[in-house]
Design a protein around this ligand. Sequence first.
Ligand code: PLP
Length: 228
Amino acid sequence: MSIAKNIKVVQNRVALACEKARRDLNEIQLIAVSKTVELDQIQEAIDAGLTNFGESRVQDAWRKYQALGNKVHWHMIGHLQTNKAKRALQFSDYLHSVDSTRLADELQIQAEKQKKTLNIFVQVNTSGEDTKFGFAPQETLDSVQKISEYGNLNIKGLMTIGAYSADEQKVRQCFKQLRELQLRLNERIANLELTELSMGMTNDFEIAIEEGATMIRVGRLIFGERKY
Ligand SMILES: *Cc1c(COP(=O)(O)O)cnc(C)c1O
């Protein structure tokens, strides 16, 4: 199938999930995860109307940014090494993967130097899988409290990756937990308003929408299986 058709499929499924969850379609932003995908395919997705793209490696993203520029929004979604913070800040609109206070420290320093404000998501490891990055749920309050004081980082919300499991309940539990954390942090931290939940991928975005996702990150369903 063509990329345009795949995008239609995703959009229809998003609409159905919204109907089921009695949510407004406009609350959900689709981020097309274009890691490993080449420029011509990204251009096809742009032609089909998409404006938000997610990348996991700074070097690849930078190259694509130089070709395509600011006509779309660039979201960094993968684990970021601190020595890449400076580059990431030069082109990304959103960083979904703030997974340590050390990274937040470096981002703040670089953002201040570049006189920028970066939109960030704090990544939470809701599944507890040790292959996954992110703050443990119980350390999130203290960490977000600290990061919320950084002048050049604008915390939009929380991000998680659902459990790697065929058990739908396990996956759903991850998303539920992220939503509960969002509510708790908004209650407990003065002057903080987390409005976004970045959760849901090809295999589980409908569940994520039912549990309150506002940004879903979909790769394979749009661009096909990845070739590394
Ligand atoms: C690769 C990736 C995605 C997209 O996954 P698909 O299964 O291709 O939809 C979403 N989020 C993150 C953090 C990723 O690394």
